[in-house]
Design a protein around this ligand. Structure first.
Ligand code: FE2
Ligand code: FE2
Ligand code: FE2
Length: 418
């Protein structure tokens, strides 16, 4: 077996969690802060290192399935308790990835009041809930410590397990707690202190986790539910047509799954908007490619993946975004990714248009090669192998669509039972 990258699962999770907070200034590093507070409470309680690491990962991802901006902002209201859906969605998304199954269980109940707990609810969920509610009371200056702690204390024994509140109070009595909470990169601090030695992942797990993130990105909207899967399969197949090695093809597949991760930072309302976009709206959507770069850049071992993923909107003539890099400076893999993205996007149906048929798609690809948008040689390969390419893309999208349907039914079914 070949190794593409070696990376700790903890660093990957905590780095990727930052993505969802870029969506709005109001979110104010919410996931990083909740992860930090959770970590400090857990450390105060002397949880075993592995448990503490899993719990902190759950905290770093806890609101990952709150998909619209409205929903994200609502979770920031202290007294808002009608928040079951994003917990269930988060659970359903993460439980399919075995190394994070325990974190998924914790996330499933992260708004439950301690007084309502039964045996099915992991106690650690209440630590995330406590950290979450503490975090939403913080403002930028963190100058209201006493008020925050007093407010939280009021709910000790009802919302929160008193033991956990006590641990929070002990941690918060320490000056470093507040200083570190206000630092620009809290993630680094947690990552340096947590025990993540046993969580190193190989390339199979890397592919699985990239798939998991492709679901988190795509399942926000039924209209994009299969996009990243289609791009990943198309890019891998084009890589094979270009005689790339197995590990280069693996990187293409992983990069395809992650190429739109920056879209987590774009409000769903805008992504789904039909009709013409204003220049401001277009500029905001185009930011997603830069955000993909920035998110993946946090995770140094993913450098090679990032170089393919974040350049998928660059053009051969240098008029693409986010960097305006010319074709001669783009690697073959990033040029493949650009073709794979266009191929998948134009052939799939969007809220504002139907997918193109073969004739229209080939015409569009050739035009884009001619006007300096896409690499001519790769487009030629795509056109020559059109039906095989379409079949590969469709098969992967069909599998993703079936998973999306299952996910939707399970979320709805479980919410109806509660
Ligand atoms: Fe939440
Ligand atoms: Fe939250
Ligand atoms: Fe994109």
């Amino acid at each position: 077996m070949f190794r593409a990258v070696e990376i700790s699962l903890f660093d990957l999770v905590i780095g990727l969690s930052e993505a969802v907070d870029l969506i709005s200034k109001e979110l104010n590093k919410h996931h990083q802060r909740v992860a930090y507070i959770t970590y400090r409470i857990g450390a105060e309680l002397k949880l075993p290192p592995k448990k503490l690491s899993m719990l902190t990962m759950a905290a770093a991802l806890h609101d990952i399935a709150a998909i619209s901006l409205r929903e994200r902002i609502e979770t920031l209201e202290f007294e808002n308790n009608a928040q079951t859906e994003h917990q269930e969605r988060g659970y359903q998304l993460l439980k399919t990835f075995a190394p994070l199954k325990e974190a998924a269980e914790i996330i499933r109940y992260h708004h439950w009041h301690w007084e309502d707990y039964d045996d099915a609810v992991p106690q650690e969920s209440n630590i995330v809930f406590l950290a979450d509610r503490t975090s939403v009371l913080l403002n930028d200056e963190i100058d209201n410590k006493e008020r925050i702690l007093k407010h939280v204390n009021k709910y000790s024994g009802t919302y929160f397990n008193p033991l956990y509140v006590e641990a929070l109070m002990k941690a918060a009595a320490n000056n470093s707690f507040w200083i570190e909470l206000s630092l620009p990169s809290i993630n680094r601090i947690i990552s340096e202190r947590i025990d993540n030695s046993s969580l190193y992942i190989d390339d199979d797990i890397l592919l699985d986790i990239s798939k998991l993130f492709s679901r988190i990105i795509d399942f926000r909207s039924e209209f994009t539910a299969t996009h990243s899967s289609g791009v990943a399969a198309t890019a891998k197949y084009l890589g094979e047509l270009c005689n790339l090695s197995d590990s280069e093809c693996l990187l293409l597949e992983v990069a395809g799954n992650l190429h739109d991760i920056g879209k987590l930072a774009i409000p769903k309302e805008l992504l789904e908007k039909g009709g013409p976009l204003s220049p401001e709206e277009r500029a905001l959507i185009e930011k997603h490619a830069y955000y993909t770069y920035r998110i993946l850049d946090q995770i140094k071992p993913l450098k090679a993946v990032n170089e393919i993923a974040c350049l998928h909107h660059e053009k051969m003539n240098g008029k693409g975004y986010p960097f305006g890099i010319e074709g001669s400076k783009l690697s073959l893999s990033s040029r493949i990714m650009a073709v794979a993205d266009v191929f998948t996007a134009i052939t799939e149906t969007r809220p504002y248009r139907d997918g193109m048929n073969e004739r229209q798609a080939i015409y569009t690809l050739l035009t884009m090669a001619e006007n300096g948008s896409l690499d001519e040689r790769i487009v030629r390969l795509a056109v020559e192998n059109y039906s095989e390419l379409k079949k590969t893309c469709l098969l992967s999208q069909k599998m993703a669509a079936a998973e999306y349907e299952k996910y939707r039914m399970e979320v709805m079914g479980n919410l109806a039972v509660r």
